[in-house]
Design a protein around this ligand. Structure first.
Ligand SMILES: CC(C)(COP(=O)(O)OP(=O)(O)OC[C@H]1O[C@@H](n2cnc3c(N)ncnc32)[C@H](O)[C@@H]1OP(=O)(O)O)[C@@H](O)C(=O)NCCC(=O)NCCS
Length: 385
């Protein structure tokens, strides 16, 4: 029997806004999650929402405002029928890619025909980028305290281990802002961004349709002025920004797409995760990328474009070097240093960016990869159809 194929038939994302001070900071994540979901489904009117088997939402902090089962709340807020099931998934920074892989696997295994996958994050609602000591397991702290190490400190460890200088890190940030600005000006993000109208507490409304993180004119000089945010050379300028955002893709079996008369955009090729030391979590892609290439029988040379999440320049640089990535293929429209990293949504956002780019510019294979808090990496491959 031929294996079923999982294809992506629609994708979309919200603009990525600045946490605490940006466009979504006063908006409940269930609201902009639902608006993004509705915007993506509107791209394929042939699909009756009743046919969606499951909605899988990545969220790296599924508690407080993002608690309960946020995926289910988003489907209800979006007006999907009560029959549509929903689950919230947490694999930290890769959650939004993990959900796409889980959706594709469910389709391939013939457990579902149509699954919506993606992620939502309001970093505005996250109190700290670490787990408060009172919630930690004392025995694990005694045995391996680094299991709880906050990401910024792991970035310092990675920079020291790989002898990455402050200047090299700032250079990557300059590149990221410059490329993101060029892409935004050229309208490269327009087909992927779902405009969302927000209402502020004072009743004023605003359409959020542009990524807010890009700082035009970012230079080595301006970055050199920034004080370390942690304990060494990692600063606000060479770290991914704290952001709010959402993103979804619709995954279905090839047969279903054919039956509905929907032209598939891309095929899910493969996905892998790998673990590493918690204190070196930024190096996760170094372990995940070879795994996904081996499992899919592919080589790096076949990949036309790469979205490597820029959690920190400190980790992106050693990943690029160790993996031998061609810089011409990596984040050609900027990365999270400029555009932000709304944790649970990022994997789906990067997928939107890569698929949209290959649609515009041609090319066959896209790779999405990122490091993951706690010490992991993830990598996925898609083929344009
Ligand atoms: C590094 C970090 C602590 C910085 O937090 P912050 O100081 O609140 O950062 P901000 O983005 O608000 O920037 C602070 C200031 O730095 C300066 N700055 C930041 N980026 C700059 C740039 N590219 N050029 C010039 N100045 C810049 C600005 O003066 C800015 O203030 P403003 O926004 O009022 O203009 C935070 O962004 C962080 O924790 N990032 C990592 C998140 C993370 O761990 N994610 C998970 C990865 S696994």
């Amino acid at each position: 029997m031929n294996q079923r194929e999982a294809v992506i038939v629609a994708y979309g994302r919200s603009a990525v806004t600045k946490a605490y001070k940006g466009g979504f900071s006063t908006v409940h994540p269930v609201t902009y999650g639902a608006e993004t979901l509705k915007g993506v489904l509107a791209k394929i009117p042939q699909l009756d929402p009743k046919e969606i088997d499951d909605v899988i939402v990545g969220c790296a902090n599924p508690e407080g405002t993002q608690g309960w089962n946020m995926a289910r709340l988003i489907t209800q807020m979006a007006g999907l029928p009560k029959e549509t099931a929903a689950q919230t998934v947490n694999r930290f920074c890769s959650s939004g890619l993990q959900t796409i892989a889980t959706a594709a696997n469910a389709v391939i295994a013939n457990q579902c025909d149509v699954v919506v996958a993606g992620g939502v994050e309001s970093m505005t609602r996250i109190k700290n980028m670490f787990l408060e000591p009172e919630f930690r397991n004392p025995a694990l702290v005694a045995a391996y305290e680094e299991a709880y190490m906050a990401p910024g400190y792991t970035a310092e460890r990675v920079a020291a281990l790989h002898h990455i200088s402050r200047t090299e890190m700032d250079e990557l940030a300059v590149r990221s802002h410059a490329l993101a600005a060029i892409a935004q000006d050229a309208g490269a993000f327009d087909d992927q961004i779902i405009p969302i109208t927000t209402t502020a507490p004072d009743g004023t409304t605003k359409v959020i349709d542009k990524d807010e993180g890009i700082r035009r004119g970012t230079s080595l000089d301006s970055l050199a002025q920034l004080k370390p945010s942690f304990e060494g050379i990692v600063t606000a300028g060479n770290s991914s920004q704290m952001s709010d955002g959402a993103s979804f893709v619709v995954v279905m079996s090839r047969e279903k797409a054919d039956a509905l008369g929907i032209a598939p955009i891309a095929r899910f090729v493969g996905f892998a995760v790998a673990g590493c030391e918690s204190e070196l979590m930024g190096l996760g892609p170094i372990y995940a990328v070879p795994k996904v290439l081996k499992r899919t029988g592919m080589s790096l040379e076949q990949i036309d474009t790469i979205e490597l999440n820029e959690a920190f320049a400190a980790q992106a640089i050693p990943c690029i070097r160790t993996l031998g990535f061609d810089m011409g293929k990596v984040n050609p429209e900027g990365g999270a240093l400029a555009l932000g990293h709304p944790l649970g949504a990022t994997g789906a956002i990067l997928t939107c960016k890569a698929l949209s780019r290959l649609r515009r510019q041609g090319g066959r294979y896209a790779m999405i990869t990122m490091c993951i808090g706690g010490g992991m990496g993830a990598a996925g491959i898609f083929e344009m159809l």
